[in-house]
Design a protein around this ligand. Structure first.
Ligand code: ATP
Ligand code: MG
Length: 283
């Protein structure tokens, strides 16, 4: 049995559970119990606040966890980051009152900066030779300049809306983060084996995300042209059709390039274009 720490509630909770469920593992959400066992995989979920996940994993209270890279970096506990998971994307930025003029980092010399990420900010300032006064606050960092607690802030930004509504502007993007799967260093034996089964499944979930299965019919003499339009993968599957001189091409295409590819194929005579959702790309 392996124990996975997930955020109880908050921004990472739903997508963390979704990724586990997409990997075919049946688990209950945090509303019922804080510790619950999957019914069809040797996995147990421990629900925690995201701040506590790096420590829980480093100490072996949980074997693995899903948490933002920002929390991993800030807390500094020794854990292995196994895989980025593609959600919970954000950045931690320096922001100042919007009326201030800003040239470069020297702006921050001697200033008071409010943040919940004093370690990440401290390291950044040290490596850039900036001596500033870092004020750690737990929440509502964005109001600190308006109430006179600080001159600037270092906080999580995703769209920037919160900054604008607090009269601030983003001047330096310092740390980029997304949710990641972390593990206690050196997991071996039975746990290591369960972990590699889980990683195999998560890899398949990750690979199939945003992908479509594309099927077209095309005259035989246009195959080379069609293949040159189709992106990546090895080479697409080409199957003969019952109708003489025609064949069918099957391939996997990213959602982002789908319409461009379909348009180009249509222009060279493709017909019966089908786009199917892709369940899993296992390997
Ligand atoms: P908890 O109660 O578990 O401590 P929290 O309030 O500290 O939750 P959330 O706001 O749920 O945390 O954010 C969890 C994580 O989601 C962040 O640490 C970060 O990795 C990620 N994240 C992504 N976008 C944002 C955003 N716009 N604001 C805050 N966090 C974000
Ligand atoms: Mg938290």
């Amino acid at each position: 049995m392996i124990r996975l720490a997930l955020q109880t509630k908050g921004r990472l909770n739903e997508e963390s559970l979704a990724i586990i469920r997409e990997a075919g593992i049946k688990v209950e959400d945090s509303k019922r119990k804080l510790l619950s066992r999957a019914s069809n995989f040797p996995l147990e979920i421990l629900y925690l606040r995201d701040d506590d996940i790096p420590h829980a994993v480093a100490a072996g209270i949980a074997d693995i966890g899903i948490v933002g890279e920002n929390e991993v970096a800030e807390k500094g506990f020794k854990v292995d980051v196994l895989q980025k998971l593609g959600f919970g994307k954000c950045r931690i930025s320096l922001a100042i009152p919007k009326g201030e003029s800003y040239q470069d980092l020297s702006y921050f010399r001697g200033k008071r900066i409010a943040t919940s990420y004093p370690n990440i900010l401290g390291e950044f300032f040290t490596s850039n030779g900036i001596n500033a006064d870092i004020e750690e606050i737990a929440g509502s960092v964005e109001i600190a300049p308006a109430v006179g607690i600080a001159d600037a802030i270092f906080d999580i930004v995703s769209s920037g809306g919160t900054l604008i509504s607090n009269g601030l502007k983003e001047v330096e993007k310092v740390f980029y983060s997304e949710a990641a799967l972390i593990a206690t260093p050196g997991l071996g034996g039975e746990k290591g084996e369960i972990l590699s089964r889980l990683l195999f499944r998560l890899g398949a979930v990750e690979r199939s995300r945003g992908k479509k299965y594309l099927m077209i019919n095309i005259p035989q003499e246009r195959i080379d042209e069609a293949v040159s339009i189709l992106p990546g993968m090895k080479s697409p599957t080409v199957l003969p059709l019952a109708q003489n001189g025609w064949c069918s091409i099957h391939t996997v295409v990213g959602e982002g390039e789908l319409w461009e590819v379909v348009g180009a194929l249509k222009a060279i005579g493709a017909e019966d274009i089908l786009v199917l959702s892709l369940e899993k790309m296992v390997l």
